[in-house]
Design a protein around this ligand. Structure first.
Ligand code: NAD
Ligand code: UGA
Length: 460
């Protein structure tokens, strides 16, 4: 074997990232450890803990060959030459910076585990998304060991998106490796470059100083989310002016300086990272005495909340200002298509608001029903979790499309119309359906950022 790689944290990032490294570097031993025994057991089983297209095949090729999952963090640290740290870094919910700053307790715990269990020099790689200058604290903690050990800290943020994780890992737009600008730092950087060049063209591997690398990750997510909030803000204006957000998005996206991706209007962005990373950026700007910059980025999150709230207000207003006792079929609970992940999904917020209005929810999602149940645990109200979209829609007054699953466009809407209460409503929070066709079937159709196609409005 060449070198031994350890990843601490077997989550959405640690698992797939290490599986791809092991797949592409069969001469490296790759271990993934986690304190969550259930998660590790799932990684060792046929039913992996996360759903990600292509992941099964990659794991099957490498598992028990040079890819190993374990709960023995200490043994993993002892054996490893290179340690990736990919633990969760959620928003801090207590004390100073509550609701904004990153909660670094899991992160710091791993630094202490590394000192305790190391007996030789190692490279430690920040894979988690962290506030800029975290490596400084990491260096101080690791440098405080009394065994005379030297640790080189690198920053190698992950840019994969859920649902396309394997594709993103196998053919990334770029791999970013930040290092301290010292001879030892640059040598460590080269060790990581040698791993990635096994399958990533060298020109796509971008080296940087460690602070730029840490900050780039936060800014990448902030810029992506900002595009969505920008388009969503304009979707509200479209609904008032009979402009069509899809036409506007397509036309502005044809300008190569703007580009056509991430301009899809929606009920809002979800996912575990956009909100937390922007709030972290906001916190950092405040911390460094830049309130104007902080406010600028905070508006991206506020616009997202506005969009979610607007969607629900629209449902209530269109359904004669009351949804109490009405069955509403929720199509899609995942925060995006092709994942079972529901973290920060707009569906959580929308469902809660609908339940507060005493609607009866029938939730259907192709992959996220189990997580949906967990998200709404303890929320008062009548909710059913249903594995068939037609069952969910039976007797419903409305369908609310909350995730952009492509299969939603393939359903038999004539059949759905027949089994629903009349007047039947569709609120397409992702603009994935054929609105004109639905209208012709008889539905009252409410897209995002486009004029509603409502039979009822003619009566008014
Ligand atoms: P996750 O919650 O799915 O996984 C983190 C894992 O770390 C958990 O299984 C947890 O049990 C484990 N863990 C926590 N403390 C530990 C410890 N002391 N020892 C061993 N294991 C420990 O999180 P994730 O989605 O994989 O995200 C990890 C990091 O990557 C975050 O900083 C996130 O911002 C970043 N990131 C996530 C994505 C994504 O798509 N989810 C993409 C890019 C970057
Ligand atoms: C995002 C980034 O795309 C990744 O580069 C990054 O690594 C990751 O966050 C992270 O740091 O966690 P992810 O959240 O998995 O990835 O998914 P995205 O495809 O970015 O979608 C995020 C949300 O935005 C989803 O709710 C999606 O439906 C929504 N979205 C996306 C829109 O509403 N409109 C769009 O045009 C694009």
């Amino acid at each position: 074997m060449n070198k031994t790689i350890l990843c601490i944290g077997a989550g959405y990032v640690g698992g797939p990232t290490m599986a791809v490294i092991a797949d592409r570097c069969p001469d490296y031993k790759v271990m993934v450890v986690d304190i969550d025994a259930g998660r590790i057991a799932a990684w060792q089983s046929e039913q992996l803990p996360i759903y990600e297209p292509g992941l099964n095949d990659v794991v099957k090729r490498a598992r028990n060959r040079n890819l190993f999952f374990s709960t023995d963090v200490a043994a993993g640290i002892r054996e490893a030459d290179i340690i990736f740290v990919s633990v969760n870094t959620p928003t801090k919910m207590f004390g100073a910076g509550a609701g904004r700053a990153s909660d670094l307790q899991y992160w710091e715990k791993t630094a202490r585990d590394i000192i305790e269990n190391s007996d030789r020099d190692k490279i430690v790689v920040e894979k988690s998304t962290l506030p800029v200058r975290t490596a400084e604290a990491m260096n101080r903690i690791l440098g405080s060991n009394d065994k005379g050990l030297h640790f080189d800290v690198l920053s190698n943020p992950e840019f994969l998106a859920e649902g396309t994780a394997i594709r993103d890992l196998e053919s990334p737009d770029r791999v970013l490796i930040g290092a301290m600008e010292t001879p030892a730092g640059l040598k460590a950087q080269q060790v990581l470059i040698d791993i990635y060049t096994r399958w990533v063209p060298r020109e796509k591997i971008k080296t940087a100083n460690i602070w730029s690398s840490e900050l780039t990750k936060l800014v990448s997510n902030a810029m992506l989310a900002q595009r969505i909030s920008s388009v969503n803000s304009i979707s509200a204006l479209c609904e008032k002016t009979a402009a069509n957000i899809q036409e506007v998005s397509e036309a502005i996206g044809m300008d190569r300086r703007i580009g056509n991706r991430f301009l899809r209007a929606s009920i809002g962005f979800g996912g575990s990272c956009f909100k937390k990373d922007i709030l972290n950026l906001v916190y950092l700007c405040e911390h460094y005495g830049l309130p104007e910059v902080a406010k600028y980025w905070e508006q991206v999150v506020l616009m997202n909340e506005y969009q979610e709230a607007r969607f629900v207000e629209n449902i209530i207003a269109s359904m004669f200002n009351t949804i109490a006792g009405k069955r509403i079929a929720i199509f899609g609970f995942a925060f995006k298509a092709d994942t079972g992940d529901t973290r920060e999904s707009p569906a959580i917020y929308v469902s809660r608001l609908l339940l507060e209005e005493h609607a009866q929810l029938a939730i259907f999602d192709p992959k996220a029903l189990a997580n949906a149940k967990l998200e709404l645990q303890g929320v008062a109200g009548q909710v059913e979790y249903i594995t068939d979209p037609y069952e969910a829609a039976k007797g419903a007054h409305a369908i609310a499309v909350l995730t952009e699953w492509p299969e939603f466009a393939e359903y038999d809407y004539e059949r759905l119309y027949r089994i629903m209460e009349k007047p039947a409503f569709i609120f397409d929070g992702r603009n994935v359906l054929d609105h004109r066709k639905l209208y012709e079937i008889g539905f009252n159709v409410y897209p995002i950022g486009q004029r509603a196609l409502a039979h009822l409005e003619k009566i008014k």
